[in-house]
Design a protein around this ligand. Structure first.
Ligand code: BGC
Length: 461
């Protein structure tokens, strides 16, 4: 294959893998706009309304566990196919739902899809990426999530005057079907193939994905070295304290991502816009679209810089920005936003928080979680971290309204500011710099007992 054809293939593979993120975003973003119409049509009580929203997270936690088993047994490509099929099924079910129960079932299936996709896509991307672009490529997955959320806001805004909520749920079936078709053309992960002793196929895939035969050969050698470890998965976790350390780190990183308060901010945005004097429904809807757009644009900062600056400095900067903006939001709520200037300022602070998240924790936690696990227990480790993401997300969803009622907005935001400040410290103490380091090199250092934050250092240092 010529260099150019090779490049086009790599781009196709990368985008298709990342497309799963788009569906993830579409499905988490669409519900807020559809909800008022759903409540009206089925005359459901607040408890059922809560289920329509949160059953997706329950499904996602189950999907992440099921997806890890599935993609180990049948491969990452099969996992992506499964996710795409579930996306189509769930969207059709939710759009068709004659009763509220069917809608909840449809949202559960969508949750399964999101869970399988959020497990499989970053794993697949990490296993096919060349070392020097790996951070940027996995960050594309987060970019797609943010584009999905934005597209969902736009669809909801466009359909809000007609109240066509079934279309809000149904439209994602189209990109889902496209994903299903595109995945058929993806190569299997070379690392999964090697694990299954399909060495020649693994070699052939690497030859298509790497620039030079030398590069492909070196990677193949490294993969084979990691495969020499006899135990795997849960057994390796029980036997090796090093594996336990890194599984714990993955889970902690995801808890940190959720406890930044990003989903609270995304959820709370219309209210902040309302308080800022943009009270009309249309104004609030457009406010949400701006939030979605900033989320997309700031993710490009991460894509551009993650393989140059590295993961640690970007995370540290992001948590600092988030701590400061949460602190300021708390202060603004404490003092009251009486003047137009103060109101506008609160909207700006909200947007700065989104930038802080989108350039750091949003993409980089997915990047790190898929990089740090050793090959033989990678599915297990990523399953633990992805499931933690969904459980922590659900947990914040339940805690936030209670906190708000009990302590008020100012204290709640200050609490999140404190969390973000703590995460700066945790990043410095625990997070490794994985920029430009091969997955096998990270594994070598981990198994040699190096401190977590030193996993990316040269092997003999
Ligand atoms: C998080 C989601 C969040 C989204 C926002 C993702 O990385 O896992 O919980 O809603 O980013 O862009």
């Amino acid at each position: 294959m010529t260099q150019k054809k090779n490049m086009i293939f790599v781009i196709f593979v990368t985008f298709t893998g990342a497309l799963a993120g788009l569906l993830f975003g579409l499905d988490i973003g669409s519900v807020s706009g559809a909800l008022p119409f759903v409540v009206q049509e089925f005359a459901i009580d607040p408890a059922a309304e809560g289920w329509v929203v949160s059953v997706l997270m329950v499904g996602a936690a189950v999907g992440a566990v099921g997806g890890s088993w599935f993609s180990k047994a049948f491969g990452r490509k099969a996992g992506l196919l499964m996710a795409a099929a579930l996306f189509v099924w769930g969207s059709v079910l939710a759009a068709w739902a004659p009763l509220a129960g069917w809608l909840i079932a449809g949202r559960f299936v969508l949750g399964l899809a999101v869970g399988v996709a959020s497990f499989t896509a970053p794993l697949y991307l990490s296993e096919i990426s060349p070392v020097r672009f790996r951070g940027g490529i996995i960050s594309l997955y987060q970019l797609m999530i943010t584009i999905g959320i934005l597209a969902a806001y736009l669809i909801d805004t466009a359909l809000s005057s007609s109240g066509a909520w079934r279309w809000m749920f149904g439209i994602p079936a189209i990109p889902s079907a496209m994903l299903l078709a595109a995945v058929l053309f993806l190569p299997r992960s070379p690392r999964w193939l090697a694990m299954r002793n399909r060495t020649d196929e693994a070699r052939a895939v690497l030859a298509r994905l790497r620039e030079t035969p030398g590069e492909a050969q070196q990677e193949m050698d490294e993969i084979q070295e990691s495969l020499a470890v006899k135990q795997e998965g849960w057994k390796l976790f029980r036997a090796s304290p090093n594996v336990r350390r890194v599984v714990g780190l993955g889970m902690l990183l995801q808890i940190m991502q959720q406890f930044t308060g990003i989903n609270v901010i995304l959820y709370y945005a219309p209210k902040i816009f309302q308080e800022a004097g943009y009270a009309g429904i249309q104004q609030q809807m457009w406010g949400t679209v701006i939030v979605g757009l900033i989320n997309v644009l700031a993710t490009f900062i991460a894509i551009g810089l993650v393989d140059r600056w590295g993961r640690r400095p970007m995370l540290t900067l992001g948590y600092t920005v988030m701590a400061l903006s949460m602190g300021l939001l708390g202060l603004l709520f404490h003092l009251g936003t009486a003047t137009p200037g103060a109101r506008l300022f609160s909207v700006m602070v909200l947007l700065v928080f989104i930038i802080g998240f989108a350039m750091s924790s949003g993409p980089l936690v997915w990047v790190l979680c898929s990089e740090i696990q050793p090959l033989k227990s990678r599915e297990f480790g990523i399953m633990c971290s992805t499931t933690t993401n969904w459980l922590a997300n659900a947990c914040i969803g339940y805690i936030f309204p209670v906190l708000l009622q009990w302590q008020g907005a100012a204290t709640t935001f200050w609490l999140f500011a404190t969390f973000n400040a703590l995460f700066i410290w945790l990043t410095v103490r625990l997070t490794p710099e994985t920029k430009g380091v091969s997955l096998e090199h990270l594994e070598h250092n981990l198994m040699a007992g190096k401190a977590l934050r030193h996993l990316g250092r040269p092997v003999d240092a």
